[in-house]
Design a protein around this ligand. Structure first.
Ligand SMILES: *Cc1c(COP(=O)(O)O)cnc(C)c1O
Length: 350
């Protein structure tokens, strides 16, 4: 196994990268949470602590994405996702650190209309990004228009969203190496919020090491599970090619589910709200309303259903996103019935 780990490390090490992240991220044992959920052991791989402006899983891939941007002579980067995007916030931070101009063409979505400049959006602004809200369905055109205009002004724009998923996959194969080192053994069960590169990379890493740990991925948006599995497998295979390793993953090896999304992307669920409070109160760890809360509500339910055995040791990859909590304050306040209580002298009522 050590030989295989060295080979994978070497393969990943051949890709150009910049140093944006604080790696390895810590692995935290969560005994009180394990007991509450009903498993033998539960660890959090703290990728919310990657180090760049409140962290998250995007920073890992930006080590590679920004190296590519710099290699291509870019002086401006362009990104754009949801108004509360963690991708956008980490783009703004990475650009700031490297002295590049960052444009964010984020969606004019329901959350932007509801809370405006708050949470990740507030941080985008503090980090100096030029933030625009683009009506639904127009983001692609807006990106092309902006890039065109920048080119005519003599700039060299780079689209951060063009090729990022494959770099994210490589980055998460590297995360898997860290995890095996930290656990000092093969992981027993891995669970995470599955979108694209994060799960693909973990699966690629496991396969490259010859480990068949089950990986349960829970998505943050609705979609066909089979098609999601196909796209994750195909990303893993692309990344294997990119780093030159002989690994193949087929879609039936990918477990990804949208069963805990609830109404839709960016709409918090009751089970998600409960997961946020449970983890905060048993371990002092903050998860996020859009991704990790839904994923962890999946973990809780899988343990209840016996799909994750109660005698297992589970590692949850905390992919970050907690800055969005502030953009969901009204749902959190309602759920927890948080009130402002003013202490009056001599009126101690507990
Ligand atoms: C983006 C994001 C994910 C999904 O990541 P992929 O790169 O699509 O795998 C999961 N969790 C959080 C908090 C995210 O911001």
């Amino acid at each position: 196994m050590n030989d295989r780990m060295d080979a994978l490390r070497k393969a990943i090490g051949r890709l150009p990268r910049v140093d944006l992240c604080e790696l390895p991220t810590p692995l935290h044992d969560c005994p009180r949470l394990a007991e509450a959920v009903g498993v033998e052991r539960l660890c959090f791989k703290r990728d919310d602590l990657t180090g760049l402006a409140l962290g998250g899983n995007k920073s890992r891939k930006f080590d590679f994405v920004f190296a590519d941007a710099l290699e291509k002579g870019a002086d401006v980067v362009i990104a754009g996702a949801a108004s509360q995007s963690n991708f956008s916030r980490q783009s703004a931070a990475a650009a700031a650190k490297l002295g590049l101009k960052c444009y964010l063409l984020n969606r004019l979505d329901a959350r932007a209309e509801l809370v405006g400049v708050q949470g990740n959006y507030l941080l985008d602004c503090i980090l100096g990004a030029d933030v625009w809200l683009v009506p639904q369905g127009y983001q692609g055109d807006a990106k092309r228009e902006l890039a065109e205009e920048l080119r005519t002004r003599g700039h060299k724009p780079y689209d951060l969203t063009a090729n990022e998923a494959v770099f994210g996959t490589v980055a998460y194969a590297n995360c898997l190496l860290e995890l095996v080192d930290q656990l000092e053994s093969e992981p027993e069960v891995i669970a995470l919020c599955s979108g694209s590169g994060t799960q693909a990379g973990i699966l690629l890493g496991l396969k490259a090491l010859g480990i068949d740990t089950p990986v349960f991925g829970f998505r943050a948006a609705h979609g066909d599970d089979c098609r999601a599995a196909e796209s994750i497998a195909s990303l893993a295979n692309k990344a294997a090619k990119l780093v030159g390793i002989e690994v193949h993953i087929s879609p039936d090896e990918v477990h990804t589910s949208d069963a805990y999304v609830g109404e839709g992307y960016g709409i918090i669920t009751e089970a998600g709200l409960e997961a946020i409070e449970l983890i905060a109160r048993s371990e002092g760890i903050l998860i996020d309303p859009v991704y990790t809360a839904k994923a962890f509500s999946g973990v809780i339910d899988y343990v209840k259903q016996g799909r994750i055995a109660s005698d297992s040791s589970v590692t949850f990859i905390h992919t970050g996103g907690a800055p969005a909590l502030f953009a969901y304050s009204s749902e959190l306040i309602d759920h927890g019935a948080y009130t402002q209580r003013v202490w009056n002298a001599g009126q101690a009522v507990l």
